[in-house]
Design a protein around this ligand. Structure first.
Ligand code: FMN
Length: 145
């Protein structure tokens, strides 16, 4: 499963991670998968693939769950697509969520922005090349040990 996902991510221009909120966090099974996926792919560049997280809760905990998911992208060189609010909807059922007008609008704006970023990055790669990435340093303190 993780290996299949890793290959798919290598082929993709971007990645959307979605999760319900359980006790203020993303789904635990999803987190186990993401830990394994991103750790196992540390030697494979995901640089400039666009990332977006979306979360759904009944009432509270969306922001903390959103924060957790965004961190996978930010340490993998994957820029986050923006929207007009943080990417979250509220509701206990899909029908509730469809009535969350601001949440639904946030998702539509996110989709358009993500699409634009992916196309723009493809053009920019041809025009400027992607920025250099330094990766050799690993938790080095002031005494150099
Ligand atoms: C174990 C569990 C924990 C939940 N914790 C929260 C929570 O912290 N905040 C919240 O607003 N909703 C919470 N909910 C409600 C879910 O976020 C919401 O119903 C979700 O959309 C359900 O998705 P699912 O049907 O895929 O599990 C919880 C639901 C479950 C089952």
């Amino acid at each position: 499963m993780v290996n299949e996902l890793a290959d798919k991510l290598m082929e993709a221009d971007g990645m959307v991670i979605g999760s319900p909120v359980f006790y203020g966090s993303p789904n635990g099974t999803l987190l186990a998968l993401l830990d394994r996926l991103f750790f196992s792919m540390e030697g494979r560049s995901k640089h400039m693939k666009v990332g977006a997280s979306v979360v759904s809760c009944r009432r509270g905990g969306n922001t903390s769950a959103f924060d957790v998911l965004n961190k996978y992208f930010l340490s993998a060189g994957m820029p986050l697509a923006p929207s007009t609010y943080w990417n979250m909807v509220h509701g206990f059922t899909p029908e509730d969520v469809m009535k969350d007008r601001e949440g639904m609008q946030t998702m539509r704006n996110l989709a358009r922005n993500m699409s634009f970023m992916i196309k723009s990055f493809a053009d920019a790669k041809d025009k400027y090349g992607y920025p250099e990435v330094e990766t050799a340093a690993f938790t080095c303190f002031h005494d150099g040990k």
